[in-house]
Ligand binder design. Sequence first.
Ligand code: TYD
Ligand code: MG
Length: 457
Amino acid sequence: MAKTRTNTLYVCSHCGAKSHKWVGQCSSCDSWNTLDLVTTPVGSPTLPGDVVAPARLAEVVTKASERYQTGLSELDRVLGGGIVPGSVVLLGGEPGIGKSTLALQALGRLSSHHETLYVSAEESLEQLALRYQRLGLKSQELTALCDGQLENLIAELDKKLYGVLVIDSIQTLRTQGLESSPGSVGQVRECADRLVIEAKRRGIAIILIGHVTKDGALAGPKTLEHLVDTVLYFEGDTSSRFRLVRAWKNRFGSVNEVGVFAMEANGLKAVKNPSAIFLSGTETESSGTAIFVSQDGSRPMLVEVQALVDQSSLGNPRRLSVGYETHRLNMLLAILHRHAGISLLDQDVFVNVAGGLRVLETGADLAVAAAIISSFSNRAIDRRTVFFGELELSGEVRPVPRGEGRVAESAKLGFSRLVIPAANKLESRKVVEGLSVVSLRSAAELNEVVREQRDQA
Ligand code: TYD
Ligand code: MG
């Protein structure tokens, strides 16, 4: 019997880098003992596919951008109008946040019009069926495959032309070519690589579910972000009912669009008017709280920023931030020190964005700074006040985009006082009537505005 010759390759299980010989330390990420042996038969290309020739772009026949609608309006919006055939979507989030629920709901509806397959290596068929029934999904057509072997899945794809596929999750899939265990970076990368090729080749839309570690990075799948067409992340607190799905990357739609869902007894429901859901709803004013009106994608949303400034017992005081970038927090503290005379060198500073949200906009600077000054000076900010605006290193306040929409939304929700950049006030002339608007030019002015508030003690 002829012996099959094989190519040997070593893949780093930490960063996915490839090497032709084994070395103790990965030359790419410097990790030790992370190289795994991968064998592929000689002659079989590492990337399956036919030989391709260049073509003139003007002559390429393009199909009208076809989209499969999931029927979940918020998800379709984040995707840019539905899922594109042949595209790969990475759906990331912490365990228990609702990834499987959302994917199953979407697939359940898609299955009435397309061949669909739910691949799960995490749950048994019975568990999936229970969830399916609990979600009240009616389609008789949705099929599921409970297996984590990539080769078995590809064999199934050869048998039937599928339209949409869900992989739950990419960390539990494994390929025979690699010796490392499922979930290692090498396995995750290799499986995803292969699935992306299959999606393009067969025109299947694939949703890859990926678990995110507590620090917010997709474990392993971080390296997949550039491979896939769309990256969606779940945000929110598992203890709260509301969930946000944010587009981080989208080749077929705009990024930073968010979809809002509420987790109910029978699955995720779209929230059409989400602007006020993340506010705590409390009427009592306390120092250290400021409300920011954010605008992610097409909709403004009100977000509560909390800060606690407390005497530090450490030589190196703590600066901790959840939901707002720590680097930016450090920058704000330097601006407040230099330009508003607020020295917090001996204070611990903690910042938290309520509801498990992540604020990415620099327009949150004023609200974060206001919450910090409020906590430090023990002045409670009137709860009908909202803030938005960016702080520059020079201590000046910079306007933010789409100020008018933010002002209008705040007014609609009963906020009567706005502390905003002067330029945004000018631009919002038409909508500010009846509101009390403080236009700010500098960090020092912000300090004065907060200190004019009632002393909480
Ligand atoms: P799940 O989709 O399993 O999360 P993930 O796949 O991201 O790990 O769902 C998470 C939680 O949602 C789980 O704790 C139970 C809850 N849940 C509901 O509240 N209602 C429902 O209809 C379903 C299916 C789940
Ligand atoms: Mg799950």
